[in-house]
Design a protein around this ligand. Structure first.
Ligand code: HEM
Length: 155
């Protein structure tokens, strides 16, 4: 297995782990186990951050992978990719807002934002895992090129 295969598998696992933690953390908040809710949600945020760090390092140093499957499947893949990118961006902004509200003790607002953030993050994970399955498991990935090579003309 090369670096091309390992990094996306690791970063996708972190999205899945963080979504599971968010689901558990939400359940804990509903049951009013608030200290446990705090710990589990913070762990979920760390998993999301690790995903982001691995994903960004891969984008810069290894590159993004082209679609390697059939032309008929490409629009479906691009649709999932588009929703995944939009959801992940919204999820990151909402996640930071939800955390800030919690640490400022604005719990009424935190509760409202937290519900939306959790739903957005769960959909981010589902679309992210779908993109991974389509791009790496169902079809051979296409060409991969580092962003730095694109910018500065490496091989
Ligand atoms: C990004 C991370 C977090 C998310 C997505 C999140 C999400 C949520 C959600 C969805 C609820 C409402 C549950 C419901 O009634 O349906 C909630 C409630 C709550 N959360 Fe979080 N949470 C996060 C982090 C935290 C942290 C770090 C703390 C503590 C510092 C915290 C403290 C609370 C408290 C005290 C409530 C109860 C609020 C109330 O019912 O008035 N949360 N959270």
């Amino acid at each position: 297995m090369s670096l091309y295969d390992v990094l996306p598998a690791i970063s996708t696992s972190f999205i899945a782990i963080s979504a599971i933690l968010v689901a558990i953390g939400w359940n804990l908040a509903i049951k009013r186990k608030l200290e446990a809710h705090k710990k589990v949600m913070l762990a979920g945020a760390v998993a999301a951050l690790l995903f982001f760090i691995i994903y960004m390092s891969r984008t810069v140093f290894v590159g993004n992978t082209d679609w390697g499957g059939s032309d008929e499947m490409k629009p479906y893949y691009l649709t999932f990719l588009f929703f995944h990118i939009v959801l992940a961006t919204v999820g990151a902004v909402f996640g930071l807002t939800t955390l800030t509200l919690a640490f400022r003790n604005s719990f009424a607002k935190h509760r409202k934002w937290g519900r939306i953030t959790s739903v957005v993050w769960l959909f981010t994970a589902v679309t992210g895992i779908t993109v991974y399955v389509l791009l790496y498991l169902m079809y051979p990935g296409g060409h991969t090129k580092p962003v730095l090579d694109v910018l500065f003309g490496g091989s």
